[in-house]
Design a protein. Structure first.
Length: 131
């Protein structure tokens, strides 16, 4: 492949410069807004910052709560069936991909959820089947 044209190189430089300028502006604007908010209502700002720091944990807890809701619904309708699978799969994938759960932890949580406490399950994950 030939060398990029001068116009192409200039466009790339402008793009990189623009992105750097936007990043710098965003950082400065965030600092300014934080200073303003700390003067207006420092207690609320501390609360919002703490909430932001805990957001991932709150989302993880909400995922676990949703699985318990699926279990409660299944118990009311006579037990788990394939209609409950998609909701549990979404929760399991999010716990794995977004919250760093290990396969064994997922198998333990969902095994005890579906089969009962203290029940051991052997789960084969799709990525393990491909190996």
């Amino acid at each position: 492949m030939s060398e990029p044209s001068r116009a192409y190189q200039v466009a790339i430089w402008i793009s990189e410069k623009g992105l750097a300028d936007i990043e710098k502006f965003t950082e400065q604007f965030s600092s300014l807004m934080r200073a303003i908010l700390s003067r207006i209502d420092p207690e609320r700002l501390r609360f919002d910052v703490a909430l932001g720091d805990q957001w991932d944990d709150l989302v993880e807890l909400e995922l676990l709560r949703s699985t318990l809701s699926v279990k409660a619904e299944a118990e009311q309708t006579g037990g788990f069936d394939e209609s409950h699978g998609p909701a549990l799969e979404v929760a399991a994938n999010a716990l794995y991909e977004d919250h760093g759960w290990e396969n064994d932890d997922i198998a333990e949580w969902f095994g005890s959820l579906v089969l009962g406490a203290g029940v051991s399950v052997d789960v084969t994950f799709e990525d393990e089947e491909e190996e």
